[in-house]
Write a protein that binds this ligand. Structure first.
Ligand code: DC
Length: 226
């Protein structure tokens, strides 16, 4: 067990990993890396700057000069170069743009150091698609959180409607399937469980049940009680 343990939580959109990662980080007093938000921040900045996805050179320049800052104390706000872009980053457009830039190996490489920098004491909960496979392959605990696509679309629908945002279930289902396909079929860092990952299907589990399962698993690998 290293000085700074990492819990890597990977899985498809809507599997609940963001919520679970946030609860675990608060409970363990660990740092939190929402790697999807980094990809979303890049996607939205590319969109706002009207840069073509094929213009890798300019996208990398954006990443190298981009300052992304997370504020987790209230609803979890994301600032890019000092501007609060939370709503845009969390929108469907943010998700679609993120999944488009995420297929570019240069983008993944440029974001690697930014993600590694989140590893600090007393520990880190890292949420994404390649946390256990590429970014933190030495993570103490790797979780692959899944749920069936209908359930994930329904969760996303409830979330958006709860926030007063217009959405339709068929549109969300189509977008999720498209994003799943892009995430799992890309040649670089495709979404898949890391070596030794524990697969949890959250379709019929409550958030609390998933959190409890992960905490129990973590207590078996942690060198001290948390
Ligand atoms: O977890 P999310 O929905 O915020 O992620 C948005 C997109 O970013 C998702 O479609 C895939 C991409 N992503 C990635 O490729 N690798 C990560 N570690 C995190 C997200």
């Amino acid at each position: 067990m290293k000085a700074c343990p990492v819990i890597a939580i990977d899985g498809p959109s809507g599997s609940g990993k963001g919520t679970i990662a946030g609860i675990l980080a608060a409970r363990l007093d660990f740092s939190l890396l929402d790697s999807g938000a980094l990809y979303r921040a890049v996607g939205i900045t590319v969109h706002k700057s009207r840069i073509e996805i094929s213009n890798t050179k300019q996208i990398i320049e954006i990443i190298n000069n981009m300052d992304v800052c997370f504020q987790y104390n209230d609803v979890g706000r994301i600032f890019v170069d000092g501007e609060d872009l939370t709503t845009l980053i969390r929108s469907e457009l943010g998700g679609q743009m993120a999944s488009k830039v995420a297929v570019l190996p240069e983008v993944r490489g440029a974001l690697l150091d930014k993600q590694l920098a989140f590893r600090a004491g007393p520990g880190l909960v890292a949420d994404g698609r390649d946390m256990g496979t590429v970014v933190f392959p030495d993570a103490e605990l790797k979780i692959f959180l899944n749920a069936n696509v209908q359930e994930r679309a329904q969760r996303r629908y409830n979330q958006l409607i709860g926030k007063g945002i217009d959405a339709t279930l068929p549109d969300l289902l189509r977008d999720l399937k498209e994003r799943d396909r892009r995430d799992t079929e890309r040649p670089v860092s495709p979404l898949r469980p890391g070596k030794g990952a524990v697969i949890i299907d959250s379709t019929d589990l409550t958030i609390q049940e998933v959190v409890d399962q992960v905490l129990t698993l973590f207590s078996t690998v942690a060198s001290r009680p948390y």
